[in-house]
Design a protein around this ligand. Structure first.
Ligand code: 5RP
Length: 220
């Protein structure tokens, strides 16, 4: 089965969790786009929900299918967030941010009572660590943050020509090994000028992962 069919299946399973009256966080990326489309179909059938978007692209896609998108700066708590991932393992540790939205994605996920990752089977790994960890960097501090990330052992590439929705740059970090993701997350978070990173270690409550047409649910 094609990867897009698996993304659609995983997205549909997560959107089935959405109930009337919920405030839903919408992730960013190609898998999240399937969830937005599925949510739009349910809204057309009468479901009443509102949403918060984790990127400007997601906000536009959501509005295009009839989703009311609210300003996250006015919202303290959401019911459910549905988002993609670049890697996820059975601990429900995830790496996110290939799409560059991880700072907003983590803020929305942290405010959500439940966060569900949706992915095709290629994202499921035994232990996260092979994917690049994106770090959102204050442009003013770019050289010092890159140097600090290199001191942590990363091969760092600043994403060329890319500016986040927050006006910042992204340093994509490849770590040769990731034996202790929590320690690494703490060390990245402690770098002044590093505004956020793609290690999601506490946010994910569940995952729907579809491979060859079969959906597996992982639950914390
Ligand atoms: C964006 C993300 C995406 O959810 C992640 O990169 C997965 O994207 P896709 O579903 O297109 O593979 O974290 O910041």
């Amino acid at each position: 089965m094609a990867k897009d069919d698996d993304k659609r299946l995983a997205a549909g399973a997560a959107v089935a969790e959405v109930a009337d009256g919920m405030l839903v966080g919408l992730g960013t990326g190609s898998t999240a786009a399937f969830a937005i489309a599925a949510l739009g179909r349910r809204i057309a059938e009468g479901l009443r929900v509102e949403a918060v978007a984790t990127s400007e692209a997601t906000a536009a896609a959501a509005r295009a299918v009839g989703v009311v998108v609210r300003d996250f700066s006015t919202i303290a708590t959401l019911d459910l967030t549905i988002d993609g991932a670049d890697e996820i393992d059975s601990r429900l540790f995830a790496i996110k941010g290939a799409g560059g939205a991880m700072l907003r994605e983590k803020a929305v996920a942290a405010a959500s009572r439940r966060m569900v990752v949706i992915a095709d089977g290629s994202k499921r790994v035994a232990a996260i660590g092979a994917a690049k960890v994106p770090v959102e960097v204050l442009p003013f501090a770019s050289a010092s943050v890159v140097a600090a990330l290199e001191r942590l052992g990363a091969a760092v590439a600043v994403r060329a020509g890319y500016v986040t929705d927050n006006g910042n740059i992204i340093a994509d970090c490849h770590f040769p090994a990731m034996p202790d993701p929590r320690a690494l997350a703490a060390r990245i978070a402690a770098i002044p000028g590093a505004l956020g990173h793609g290690l999601f270690l506490d946010e994910v409550d569940a995952a729907y992962i579809a491979a060859d047409g079969n959906v597996t649910r992982l639950e914390r």
